[in-house]
Design a protein around this ligand. Structure first.
Ligand code: C5P
Length: 216
């Protein structure tokens, strides 16, 4: 089965030498790619800039900006079975990118930001593949995750609380709660990301299986 997995942060340029980004390390997405490959599946990994070696056997597509990630996802989504949007795509980007390096001056500088295009929300409603979104929250984790599940039309949302430094972003460990469309939820308690990834891949394959049996 073909997995399409996004991982890592995006970089939104301000000028030729500066950008806006976030602390995503890509570890969770890369671990999911590895777990899917281990179980014999095909993986296309669309990755933002990270310091990780892609797992052997994955087809790597390197991108930098949210627009590049948007295009790469749309190019490859159609013929995948499972789309895992693990990347921490920037929610905002500078309204204008300066062609020259912005000079330092002795006064405040304001940057105008505009929303990026939401990749998840842009996917077709009527689709063959299942879609998994991620929610990194620092507060009201459940409420925000359920809202994203609805607004972004995902089959499930994996929520993690990123307010603690020993779990979530940049860490080797994570603890997550998976919210499903039928209102169900499932918790995976704290463990190395590689272990969590194996559990998640089983859950994704199950959801895909259920979808197929429903349709026949
Ligand atoms: O809204 P928020 O950024 O918290 O949503 C997180 C989820 O949405 C992740 O699965 C992320 O990959 C996806 N996302 C997206 N396009 C964006 C921003 C986030 O697909 N522009």
């Amino acid at each position: 089965m073909k997995f399409l997995i996004t991982a890592g942060p995006t970089r939104e340029p301000i000028d030729p030498v500066r950008y806006l980004s976030n602390r995503s390390s890509g570890k969770m997405g890369y671990a999911i790619a590895e777990a899917a490959l281990e179980t014999g599946h095909e993986v296309i990994l669309i990755s933002g800039p990270v310091n990780l070696t892609p797992p052997d056997g994955a087809k790597l597509i390197s991108v930098a900006t949210s627009d590049e990630m948007f295009d790469a996802v749309h190019r490859h989504a159609r013929d995948c079975a499972i789309l895992v949007m693990c990347a921490a795509v920037a929610d905002y980007k500078p309204a204008r990118v300066s062609r020259q390096k912005i000079k330092k001056r002795d006064q405040t500088l304001s940057l105008e930001l505009i929303p990026t295009r939401d990749i998840l929300a842009s996917l077709p409603q009527d689709r063959q593949f299942i879609v998994i979104g991620f929610a990194a929250e620092t507060e009201n984790v459940e409420e925000n995750a359920r809202q994203k599940l609805r607004d972004k039309n995902c089959d499930m949302i994996i929520a993690n609380n990123v307010s603690s430094s020993d779990s979530g972003m940049e860490s080797d460990e994570n603890e997550v709660t998976i919210f499903f469309r039928d209102g169900e939820r499932q918790r995976i308690s704290r463990a190395p990301k590689k272990i969590i990834a194996r559990e998640l891949v089983k859950i994704f394959l199950n959801a895909r299986e259920k979808r197929l049996t429903k349709k026949t």
